[in-house]
Design a protein around this ligand. Sequence first.
Ligand code: IPE
Ligand code: IPE
Ligand code: MG
Length: 250
Amino acid sequence: MTLDLQSTNWAAQINLKNLPQHVAIIMDGNGRWARKRGMPRLFGHQRGVEALKKAIGFALDVGIPYLSAWAFSTANWRRPETEISGLITILRRTLSKDLAEFHDRDIQLKVIGSKVGLPDDLITMINRAEDLTKDNKKLTLLINFNYDGRTDILEATKKIAQKIKSGDISLEDITEDLFSSHTMTTGIPDPDLLIRTSGVVRLSNYMMWQCTFTEFVFLEKNWPDFTEQDFCTALQDFQKCGRNFGQISA
Ligand code: IPE
Ligand code: IPE
Ligand code: MG
C-alpha cells in the first residue's frame, strides 16, 4: 500500500484550522460499481480499499485526527458466503500487508465491532495490529467491521446494567458521558462529519448513539470512485454549515 501524500495545496480550498475532529465514512456502492463494469462484486470491494487509502492519505495530509470507515455491517452476514469470505480476506490483507505502512505513518488502528462470528486467526491479527499501533498519534483509524449502531447501544446498556446489579454504580451515575464510555467508540470524539457514497440517503444502523449532531454529506458517486478532491469538497460543505447544537445561530 502507498498512502500517497498529495502535493495539492488543500489550504487554498479549506480552512485547516476548522477541521472536523472525526470523519466517519459509509463506504457504499462497491457492488454497483463493479456490476456496471461487468465485474464481480468483490472486484468493487478491492477497488474500494484503494479509495479508502486515498481517504486515509488525505486525512493524514490535512490533519484530521480520527477517521472511521464502515467495512462490514452485522446485516452484511445476510450476503452470499463468497462475498462475506472475500470481505474477511480483504481485512486480513489490510492487517498484514498494510500494517507496517500504517505503523510508519503513525496511524493507530482500531477495529470496531463485535468479534462474535469472526475467525480466530482474524481476531488474533486484529489484536496484534491494535497492539502494535496503540501509541501512534497522527491519525486514529477506526475500521468498523461486524459493526452496527444498535448492537453497540445494547452492549453498552448490558455492561452498565451489570455494574448496577453488582453495586459498582447507581442509577444516578448514568449520564451521557458514562454511556459513551461504555460504547465501542469509548474515548473517541463523536463524528462531526459523516460521508456516505452511492446516492443512498440513510444511516443503515451506523453509529446511532454517536451521530446526534453529525453533519451528513451524501455523494452520488460509488465508493471506488471517491477521491481526495471529494473529501476536500465534503469538508468545504462542512465548513459552510453552521453548527448550532440546539442554540440560535450566530
Ligand atoms: C459497500 O458496498 C461495502 C459493503 C457493504 C461491504 P456494497 O457492497 O453495499 O455495494 P452496493 O451498495 O451493493 O453497490
Ligand atoms: C452499509 O451499506 C454497510 C457498509 C457500508 C459496510 P449496505 O449496503 O450494507 O447498507 P444497506 O443495506 O443498503 O442499507
Ligand atoms: Mg450497499
